[in-house]
Design a protein around this ligand. Sequence first.
Ligand SMILES: [Zn+2]
Length: 485
Amino acid sequence: MDRSVSIDAALAVLLADEQATVVDLVLCARDGVVEAHARAGSVGFTRDGSVTFQKGRNPLAAQDAGAFSPLADEMQHVRPTNETNHYPYAYDNAAQLFDDPRAPDLAVIHTPAHNWEERGGHRGEHGSLDLIQSRAPLIVAGKGVRTLGRIEREARMINVAPTLATLAGVQPLNGTLLRAQDGEPLHDILDPAEQPDHVVGFLWDGANANVLHAMADAGELPNLARLMSMGTTFGRGCIASFPSVTLANHTTALTGVHPGRHGVLHNFYFDRATGREIITNSPDTWHFARDEISPNVETLFEAVARSGGGFTAAVDEPVDRGAGYATFDLVRAARGSGATMSSALPDPTQVPGATQTFVDLKREYGWATSADHLAVMQATQVWKGQNGNPTPRFMWINLILPDAANHAGGPYSDIGHAGLRDTDARMGEILDAMDWGGGNTAFLLVADHGMEESDPECKGDFDDALTAAGIPFRDEGYGFIYLDA
Ligand SMILES: [Zn+2]
């Protein structure tokens, strides 16, 4: 069938009244125009943000990154509908996806309320183009960074790598710091007169920015609060690229390039040309994920090496191409023996400082506790040169417990908060071991995406409706629809 006709047939099903509670909007690209469709209307646009058509209500009209903030305001507007939600940078964030020929025919965006735990979803969710799922925290601090406190501004995930590159003294290449970068450095929070000797990045996977700020204010995250006092916090957070999922945005944070251009398009996606399903974000495939990163982009580890900047380290980070030390090198080296990330982990009930109530309650909490405990030990050893290497010029540490804890209970839950407190203590352990950088180190803390609370009462499955309508398709990651595939 003609592709455009197939798209229209699928849209008719997805935008029907029966799917109203679970389908927020649907993205597609036809004839060089990107389209967003919701039940009340549609908009067509191009990469530069110019609108080419509008029918009914524009479903991406509201794009205020400052909405639903601070936390009290966010909690008064939980699970907004398309009419009341915000989609910051929506045109650019949606359009970039379709730069990759492996993009789906239709990207279905779930409503914030949709709970699909039967299909791998969670109470706390992310992946959408909307504000709460896209809004990660961003704190930049230490040597080379201005102490502006909390500023009423947002940054974007594409700004993170260029900013780190500036701090790490990366030399420009054809006019930009990183090859093919989409974002610019956040120059106005940096102090060019001060060049740090070391740069350390922390990624707290799946942390909600407003919750982090509120808990820091309440004295519940003392190490985070101390980091905030040493620099600049983006009060409106850091807006992830679409889809707001883990490895797509880890790769964006470490390359400055959108998912549609860096190759790690989603956790799951499909390459029609080769008939291959690509799975990046799973404990069994993390160590292969970096093979999907495009050779046309540059990781920070590669850029520091190119600039003669010195030793780099990637602790627990799958996006580690070019790193001098990489946790996942250990897993790759043991490939033949069938080793995965899981096989190297300690017993979480023996991890000191872990909130054992939740280790016992949720397997994912325990697993992430073990992984992060190992990350603390590795980061400390690497920093102190115990592996025989110099102190890193650039070190990146991925802590995954916030994601597991927030998935389990949502961002406002006791388990979610416990995950943040445990993570703050672990980051503090690392920072204490490095004497908080000794006065010559810059720090950056970011998450890869936000986290939004779904409604366990809101059920439904748009794939069932497509199947019932006789539409041939495959769905990758529950939302990337490939028609006639
Ligand atoms: Zn994540």
